[in-house]
Design a protein around this ligand. Structure first.
Ligand code: NAP
Length: 267
């Protein structure tokens, strides 16, 4: 694991973050969050719309808030000026904290009043309730629009899907964000757990994994982490999987394996 600068803020975050969508076992998730912080994966990603997640995160980080970087998200249906302020208050309450490190608009809908959302973000930053602001699921066009509405350098993050079968961001979003000083976070590296096990390409990943004595999940993370400035957000509620995912960045894939991955999972 290594660190990545968040935008041009000077704040450095680990290039692995722990997600909290679709929690099956709250106690296991709490234990995994605390283990993650101890292992240096101190960036926890959640959202107001993840059922029960903000409360579970809040319980998990009680007493260790100062060691955690918290990202949460306002849903577009709440994203008016007043709605965003209210959503933030509710998230703060559920998280049991008085500030959010990074607050994102979860996605953009046709009728999302983006200007209002960003104005609310600015107010929340002035009030000290939010440290940094960003967006999620924005393409280059939407990002440009948001930057025009906000101070250009105040949007520090775009959180988007990134996995072996969706590497589109490498073509356009990532180069744009690098130039603009916006950190990209990639979510669902394991396809939300829906691994394409029966595909011949996945069997190829399994064969590579076997040669390194690693799991195919480790090969996936190791390969995606070749974009060294992207924060990879995975979710697990098992400490052994967490450890495995952190260790997945401790080795280097041979050039022929990288070439095979590039050929079979082209961006
Ligand atoms: P993901 O990380 O792609 O996959 C999670 C699944 O992988 C879980 O079923 C987990 O099961 C399994 N897993 C993880 N590590 C493993 C390992 N080493 N071995 C075996 N299984 C492993 O899922 P995701 O939840 O879709 O994405 C990650 C996070 O990104 C989310 O939780 C959320 O915070 C964020 N996200 C954001 C958006 C957005 O719109 N901004 C959308 C989707 C996700 P176990 O618990 O059993 O390990």
């Amino acid at each position: 694991m290594w660190t990545v600068e968040l935008g041009r803020t000077g704040v450095r975050l680990p290039n692995l973050a722990l997600g909290t969508w679709n929690i099956r076992d709250p106690a296991a998730m709490r234990e995994t969050i605390r283990a993650a912080v101890d292992l240096g994966v101190f960036h926890i990603d959640t959202a107001e719309i993840y059922p029960g997640a903000e409360e579970i995160v809040g319980e998990a980080i009680r007493g260790i808030r100062d060691r955690v970087f918290l990202t949460t998200k306002v849903a577009p249906q709440h994203a008016t000026y007043a709605g965003t302020l209210a959503a933030c208050e509710a998230s703060l309450r559920r998280l049991g904290t008085d500030f959010i490190d990074l607050y994102l608009l979860h996605w953009l809908e046709r009728d999302t009043p983006l200007e209002e959302t960003l104005r609310a973000f600015r107010t929340l930053m002035e009030q000290g309730k939010v440290r940094f602001a960003g967006v999620s699921n924005f393409g280059v066009r939407e990002l440009r629009r948001a930057q025009e509405l906000f101070q250009p350098d105040a949007l520090v993050n775009d959180q988007v899907e990134y996995n072996l079968t969706n590497r589109r961001i490498e073509r356009d979003l990532l180069p744009y964000c690098r130039e603009a000083g916006i950190t990209v976070s990639g979510y669902s590296p394991f396809w939300e757990g829906r691994i394409p096990r029966r595909s011949p390409r996945w069997r190829g990943v399994e064969r590579i994994a076997a040669r390194y004595g690693r799991s195919p999940y480790s090969i996936v993370l190791n390969f995606l982490a070749r974009q060294r400035d992207v924060i990879l957000i995975f979710k697990t509620e098992r400490v052994e999987h967490l450890r495995e995912n952190v260790a997945a960045l401790d080795f280097t894939l041979d050039p022929e394996d990288v070439a095979w991955m590039e050929a079979n999972f082209a961006p």
